[in-house]
Structures are given as structure tokens and as C-alpha cells.
Design a protein around this ligand. Sequence first.
Ligand code: AMP
Length: 415
Amino acid sequence: MTATRSGEQETAVDSKLVLVVNSGSSSIKYQLVAPVSGKVAAAGLVQRIGEDNGSIEHTDGDRTMTEEIRVADHTAGLRLAFEKFAETGRDLTVAGVTAVGHRVVHGGEIFYRPTLIDDRVLRTISELSTLAPLHNPANVRGIEAVRTLLPEVAQVAVFDTAFFHGLPEAARTYAIDRQVARAHGIRRYGFHGTSHEYVSGQAAQFLGRPADSLNQIVFHLGNGASVSALRGGRPVDTSMGLTPLEGLVMGTRSGDLDPGIILHLMRAAQLDISGVDRLLNRGSGLRGLAGVNDFRELRRLIDAGDADARTAYDVYVHRIRHYLGAYLIELGGVDAITFTAGVGENNPDIRADALAGLQGFGIAVDPGRNTAADRTARRISPADAPVAVLVIPTNEELAIARAALAVTEAEPGSQ
Ligand code: AMP
């Protein structure tokens, strides 16, 4: 968690602050962001909401406060965060917040741009819970909590699916009965859209070329993982589908499967819906294969000679290369391949292994650049390689803050 020193460098361009809220089922992650400069004024995390061993960690400048405390619900969690803000001289209820930006996971077919939240929008986000039963209800609780505490401040929903709304029909359509698909909203929606949009924009900026002149492949490799193919700045394919379960191997999610496996498990292992849900969303991926979902632990196991950890790593890389090959062909050539998020930004082995042996396609990784202790946007391909391979830190909070500010400025009377 990082935050600039309170007050000190917050200049005139920082006079507008946006509170960014990422509300999960038992946690609230938040940042107070200056959208113009990109500075983080303060940030925090409330965890284990509704359980006996709740906690908050709040950072403002070089001051970090932690507290173990029972947090009854999301409103109590947010109230606790506001108390921490007040303790460091930022009373959010009195002044200082221009807008609140919420990360909302599923916008369905309805929401495809950042949207000012009113009663109708909130109801619709709630109705979309059938498509994201783990996520949208938690997002709704976060929005309701902010409404209680900051009733006068404009709230904006920024949807994880929005960037992929315009996917070409061939890429977004599952080959199942059309009527069934229509009746149940079954199509490929894609997720991590805020990150893919932000990072592909940063990649174009880094290369000093207009986004609409580039073919790009972006790997967002965090605990959740997805890849997108972009032509001229617009996505033409992405690996996540109806839900964030499809695609790459993830920390605890399986990614792609033969759908027949689910039928087999229900018949042969008598798993019910919640059993399958738990297995594929929480007990699969790296955790299912190797017992750990964190890449640093996986690395330690591999170094200690653990064969399952080695296999997990190989399956992870194999799936990445599978998508890379598919997207290279879909695009008919690529200008930039970018890695982002926890694993993508920090794990040079994955980057090197994902792109090994592809010199014939103009794709190469320079070992020195790849392993340099640099945390900023950078090129890791050799200077003369035809395809730029980049590492670009994602910043979904900043993207959400900027989107929220833009919406409030565009909608008269919302501020
Ligand atoms: P995210 O969901 O983007 O926070 O990414 C979480 C994943 O990134 C976990 O698997 C972490 O092990 C991995 N990760 C985060 N920081 C590092 C690091 N410094 N070195 C290697 N892996 C990291």
C-alpha cells in the first residue's frame, strides 16, 4: 500500500479527490486518489467483515494504522475507514471528495461505460447478480454503505466488463443453442477490462505511438488472470467469458476446462452446484495443482524439488502460450506484448518462459532487462526486436478515479 504524504504535495491540480471503493463479499479496499496527478492520498483495507476477527489497515503518507476489530457489515467497515481518515485530518464527510468510484464486476449487456449511480442503476446492478453471484451483491453493499455515509456525493460505477462490450460477434458468442443463450444472457463478457484498457493505453504512450495504430496482446497475471487481444486500441478477444472462470490458469480458478468435466463430477462424484463452484473457483488453478495459490510460495516449492509445483508452473505457462498463439493469429501480427499485475509485473521467469523460442515471430526477451530491479513501465525486449515486450504496472484505482471524475464533470448537477 502506498500513499503520498498527507497534504504536502497535494497541489492545485490535486484539489479534486476521488474515493475509489472495491467492495468484496467480506472486504473493502479503498483509495483516496488525486485523479489528475495520479497521487494516492490515502489507502486502506477492511477485512473479514461479518466475522469475529475483523481488521483495518489504513495508510496516509508514512503513517499506517492497523486495528483488530469486529466489523458488523459494509457500512460499519466504511464508517471505520472514515474514522481513520478523520484521525489523519481528512474528514471525508465535511469536504474533499468530488466523487466516489466503485469497481463493479458485472455490467451485463446493459452497462458499457462508467455510469452515475441512481436508484435505477443500483437496482439493475443488483439484478445482474445472477451473472456474478459472488461479486455484484458485494458491490451493491459497498455502494449502499457510501450512500449512507456520503449522501451528497456523486457515485459512479466502473464496470469490469465494460471495455469488452464491443467484442466482435464471433469472439463473444458461445456455440450453444441461441435461444437458451439469449434467455440467460450467455455470451463472453470479459473481465479486468479497466486494467486491460489502462495498460494498453499506457503501452501506446510508452511507445510514443497512437493506440489506434497498434496491435497489442496484454497479459493481466494476478491472482485472477486474463489476456486480451487489441486491434487499434479496441479489444477483439479476451480469455475470460460469461464469468471470470474461463481462460488462463489462476491462483485458485481452473480457467479453461472441458465442460463435460462438470457433468462427470456431478454424476460420478455427486458434487452439487456449490460443490462444483467451490472446486472450480477456490480449489483449482495453482492451489488445486500444487496446494498454494501465491506465486512466491510456488517458486519456493519448485526450488525445493516439489514435482506438483513444477507441473503447476508448466501448466500455467502452457496455457499462456496457447492463448498467445491464438491471439497472434487472430491479430495477424502484433506490435506489443505487455505483462501486468502481481505475477506479470514481478515474475521474470514467467515472462521469459511464456515467450521462449519465439524469435521466428520477432518476439524475444532480453535477460538483463527482464530481471532488472525496476518497478516502472519498461521494455524487456532487445532494442532491435520487431515486437516490443513491455512490463507496465496496472493501476485500476487511478483508472476508476479518472472515469468517475469524467462522469461527474460531464453530468451537470451531479457534483
Ligand atoms: P494481484 O492479484 O495482482 O495482487 O497478484 C497476486 C499474485 O502476484 C500472487 O500470486 C503473488 O504471489 C504475485 N506477486 C506479487 N508480488 C510479487 C513479487 N514481488 N514477486 C513475485 N510474485 C509476486
